[in-house]
Design a protein around this ligand. Sequence first.
Ligand SMILES: *[C@@H]1O[C@H](CO)[C@@H](O)[C@H](O)[C@H]1NC(C)=O
Ligand SMILES: *[C@@H]1O[C@H](CO)[C@@H](O)[C@H](O)[C@H]1NC(C)=O
Ligand SMILES: *[C@@H]1O[C@H](CO)[C@@H](O)[C@H](O)[C@H]1NC(C)=O
Ligand SMILES: *[C@@H]1O[C@H](CO)[C@@H](O)[C@H](O)[C@H]1NC(C)=O
Ligand SMILES: CC(=O)N[C@H]1CO[C@H](CO)[C@@H](O)[C@@H]1O
Length: 331
Amino acid sequence: MTAKPLLLALLGLTPLTLATRLTPGLEIAHSLDLATQGISISADGRKFLSQRYSTTLPPQAVELVQRKRPALLTLQTLLDGGSTGVNGSTKLVGVNLTTNAVDKLYYLDALQASTSGIDDVRFNAANTVAYLSDTAGALLVLNMTSGTGVRVLSADDSAQAFFPMMYNGTLVPGYGAPGSTLSVGLDQIEVSPDGVYLYYQPCNGGMYRIETAYVDAALGNATLAETLGDYAEPFALTPSTGGTTIDGDGNIYVSDTNLLAIWKVTPEGRATILIQDEALLWTDLVWVTADKRLWLPASQMRPGGSGLMADGPNYILTYPIETGPSAIDHA
Ligand SMILES: *[C@@H]1O[C@H](CO)[C@@H](O)[C@H](O)[C@H]1NC(C)=O
Ligand SMILES: *[C@@H]1O[C@H](CO)[C@@H](O)[C@H](O)[C@H]1NC(C)=O
Ligand SMILES: *[C@@H]1O[C@H](CO)[C@@H](O)[C@H](O)[C@H]1NC(C)=O
Ligand SMILES: *[C@@H]1O[C@H](CO)[C@@H](O)[C@H](O)[C@H]1NC(C)=O
Ligand SMILES: CC(=O)N[C@H]1CO[C@H](CO)[C@@H](O)[C@@H]1O
């Protein structure tokens, strides 16, 4: 036995022992070398991961082709935040999964503020409008037919962090001066399966919803774009969140970075903890598959460190739910 496995065994950290300690229903689907923040699964089962494991290197999108060796740079809907000047341009890229070729490309620079961090994307029921979260505290609405868009909610409280984020019981340290804390504005977004509501929240939680009819109309109505916040309604007091997803019945799943848990928020706004487990360490973008399972990439992010991420193995876990995916989710 080499030193490393022996040490891991002594620490009780081998996948086998972790598995035996997991909450019933929670299963390890993949154990990867690199930390994974997001998983997207195509209708025919191809799995795409977004991985970022350092504050200086750009995130990468890969297809998971073997258990342990992801390869092939492609993603169904790839959002290049351009955060570290990768090509200097933030863009939304669509990839045709039959040909693996880029078939859609929208540049978002005109919609951004200098502080913007474009983080997540969802689509309307007709798949003609894209909604993108801007962690500076705004929503970008993009007309995918014309390629033009509008930045809304930037002056509205609902898009701002009202408190720093929490992680495993304490405030998350910021990237600024020692003692600073991390506050992140509008980040998680979901669209109801019937396309009627857009849900959104800052990273510290506090979920709002707004009718997509108003959001879409803001594309062609500057007055409405300015006052869109008037149509926002508080929906659920969610916690500090790594990522969310929505199922076919409109239940939203929210990963809780503080309690290391997953919450379920029903379409009526009833919020409860579905599962809590130490393995759910900063779970990020979550996915629902047709076999009624949540896919939970535990990104292992440990805030405050220079590199952010812990050493592997990094787990992608699954958990059974009662419903399959929403027909329009990540369409
Ligand atoms: C993807 O490419 C294939 C082959 O060219 C084409 O038949 C299909 O319509 C494309 N899919 C989309 C969604 O554009
Ligand atoms: C998007 O742009 C197209 C083409 O200019 C236009 O016909 C359509 O009405 C726009 N959609 C919205 C929701 O504004
Ligand atoms: C969370 O905090 C507790 C108390 O400090 C500690 O024992 C535990 O190891 C932490 N869990 C993780 C996953 O960091
Ligand atoms: C634009 O939106 C404002 C605010 O909701 C509304 O009062 C006005 O009627 C709208 N204009 C048009 C042309 O729809
Ligand atoms: C600033 C810059 O280099 N932009 C380039 C980014 O990549 C796209 C697609 O290859 C080019 O069209 C841009 O000119």
